[in-house]
Design a protein around this ligand. Structure first.
Ligand code: SAH
Length: 345
């Protein structure tokens, strides 16, 4: 059985032609899939015989809601989806004045091992498929009744550790007969996989690249982010400069403020020097307290921001949403796993 929602419109059309069907069926089927039908029977403008032929060869992914939480503070919604194999993934829906943003996962778990992150505690279980990434946007939109205008690939998983899937997802979600979300409304966040950044630069997409930096010096970064041992902060900045040169797109640097670890003035000074020469923007994130970690939130967020600004670097502090519903970074999935005795569900 083939996962039809992971196929491009061109691939579906070719498959239909090979079955002796007319090419226009490809467009019809693609549109239905990206409207969120859960079976071929719902494709009411296809002949029954074709629907039967398709069901014999293809399946349509459709996740179930395992849990849904709505923040009483700001309306942020968090979905825990159960996939066809029983694994769970998280999607968060945030409403801003400029529109509704979904934060989606790219893998079940994560193998990057960042010390402050709840998503990686139990490692990676598997990569998501393109359809499972589309479904997060699609079914969040359908269930909430809110039109999604922006997507951030900042949920569970490392997008550039599942690069081919992510590139295909971008092509699908961008399609005019599908969800039709423009690249400028999409952000991709990476912990800094250098070959992945170079490959993404070659695609020359209009999306926003976010780099989870969290420290400007190698010693600190290696302490909190094992990926730094493979792709050192110097290599990472070189890749960011190359990325900017190729795409002309401004990079956003994510920086979670950790008490006594990365919040010193000298680190702000070093960070400003490293960004120099490209229009980078620093997004300071108040650290979310993760029970499994001994790292604590910094009290110097405002001072660090001022210090960066004194060097002419734009720095913003990320507004925290959904604080009452474990809306951040793998926390809901962890809870669900604990409930199941720590086993994958
Ligand atoms: N793997 C990708 C995307 C997922 S993480 C990446 O590393 O960018 C999304 C963002 O949340 C990253 O910037 C990550 O470093 C940050 N993050 C993880 N745990 C956090 C925590 N406890 N507090 C604040 N930010 C955190």
């Amino acid at each position: 059985m083939t996962d039809i929602k992971s196929m491009t419109q061109g691939e579906i059309t070719d498959a239909l032609k090979a079955m002796g069907e007319s090419a226009f069926r490809g467009k019809q089927i693609f549109s239905w899939l990206h409207k969120g039908v859960r079976s071929f029977d719902e494709m009411s403008n296809l002949p029954k015989s074709l629907r039967e032929k398709l069901s014999a060869e293809y399946f349509i992914t459709s996740p179930e809601i395992a849990r849904k939480q709505v923040s009483a503070l700001d309306g942020t919604m968090k979905y825990l989806w159960r996939l066809s194999d029983g694994n769970c993934i998280e999607t968060v829906l945030m409403s801003y004045h400029h529109g509704n943003t979904v934060c989606i996962s790219s893998q079940v778990g994560c193998r990057m091992g960042c010390k402050f992150c709840a998503s990686t505690v139990a490692g990676k279980v598997r990569d998501l498929r393109p359809s499972e990434m589309i479904d997060q946007v699609l079914f969040t939109q359908l269930d909430s009744g809110l039109e999604i205008s922006n997507i951030v690939l900042m949920g569970i998983g490392e997008p550039l550790d599942n690069r081919d899937t992510v590139l295909r997802f971008l092509e699908l979600v961008n399609h005019p007969d599908g969800l039709n979300i423009g690249m400028r409304h999409i952000s991709l966040s990476t912990c800094g996989i250098v070959p992945g950044i170079d490959a993404l630069a070659k695609e020359d997409l209009q999306l926003t690249l976010s780099v989870s930096l969290h420290a400007p010096d190698s010693e600190t970064r290696s302490r909190i982010m094992p990926v730094n041992k493979a792709y050192d902060v110097e290599d990472l900045f070189a890749a960011c400069h190359r990325y900017f040169k190729t795409t002309g797109r401004r990079i956003s640097f994510e920086y979670a403020m950790i008490d006594g670890v990365n919040d010193n003035d000298w680190q702000a000074d070093l960070l400003a020097r490293k960004i120099h020469g490209m229009p980078g923007h620093v997004n300071l994130i108040p650290l979310n307290d993760v029970v499994e970690s001994e790292l604590k939130p910094s009290k110097r967020v405002a001072a660090f921001q001022k210090r960066l600004e004194s060097h002419g670097i734009t720095a913003t502090v990320r507004r925290s949403l959904g604080g009452d519903i474990d809306a951040s970074c793998g926390q809901l999935r962890r809870k669900e796993m604990e409930k199941q005795g720590g086993e994958e569900i």
